[in-house]
Design a protein around this ligand. Structure first.
Ligand SMILES: NC(=O)c1ccc[n+]([C@@H]2O[C@H](COP(=O)([O-])OP(=O)(O)OC[C@H]3O[C@@H](n4cnc5c(N)ncnc54)[C@H](OP(=O)(O)O)[C@@H]3O)[C@@H](O)[C@H]2O)c1
Length: 192
């Protein structure tokens, strides 16, 4: 079976926001150690799946293969800046089979609409960094429900993911990382 493990990457603040009220990536979430961790995840992946806004606000300097989610296209379209995909017209496995028939890891840096559409239950792992002691009023949530007070931890648990131990990516600047994984993968890992 061709395998497309989905690995999400995000950094949130205390109130589980990934962006400010206008959808911009705010300075309070910028951190060099998180950026390096995120980039190493993208390097491991065969493709990066992101929402159209995230695609447009993050230049593709390393020319990685991108799959951009948008309602503006029909099914799956190849463009100079990557593959554009409309999930209402083509399933994700079918789209991936067209682009990377050999399989491979899919890195998913969001944003919120992508995380909502795929749902926590679809991820093999969710790499969640957190900038502690900071909040973004009326910001864009990791998931939509986070904007009305549902903690991201609850959404990830409900999706069948379990947290690994919390580690500091940057202790001085209070940025931590928790990798949430599907239990089956943990069991596989522990039997190796
Ligand atoms: N802190 C973090 O870790 C993190 C992670 C990701 C992003 N961000 C930041 O968040 C901001 C952007 O994120 P965002 O949540 O606003 O937007 P986004 O998820 O990146 O993109 C939203 C776009 O996705 C498309 N879309 C949404 N639902 C769809 C559906 N059901 N079917 C097809 N297409 C759909 C739409 O594109 P069309 O309008 O073209 O139809 C929509 O405008 C940026 O500033 C980015 O840097 C931060």
């Amino acid at each position: 079976m061709i395998d497309y493990p989905l690995h999400a990457y995000a950094i949130v603040c205390d109130n589980d926001c990934i962006a400010d009220a206008e959808g911009r990536f705010p300075d309070v979430l910028r951190n060099d150690a998180d950026w390096l961790y995120f980039q190493s995840g993208l390097d491991r992946a065969a493709i990066t799946l992101m929402g159209r806004r995230s695609h447009e606000t993050n230049a593709n300097h390393r020319n990685r293969l991108r799959l951009v989610m948008s309602r503006s296209v029909s099914a799956l379209v190849h463009r100079a800046d990557g593959w554009w995909w409309n999930p209402a017209e083509r399933s994700l496995p079918k789209a991936l089979k067209t682009i990377i028939p050999e399989g491979g890891e899919v890195a998913v840096p969001g944003g919120r609409d992508v995380f909502d559409l795929l749902g926590a239950a679809s991820f093999t792992a969710f790499h969640l960094a957190r900038a502690h002691g900071r909040a973004i009023p009326r910001g864009r949530g990791l998931f939509h429900v986070c904007e009305t007070g549902t903690p991201s931890d609850l959404v990830l648990r409900d999706g069948g993911l379990r947290p690994g131990s919390i580690q500091w990516l940057d202790e001085e600047n209070l940025v931590s990382l928790t990798v949430w994984r599907r239990r089956a993968e943990e069991e596989l890992g522990s039997s190796e």
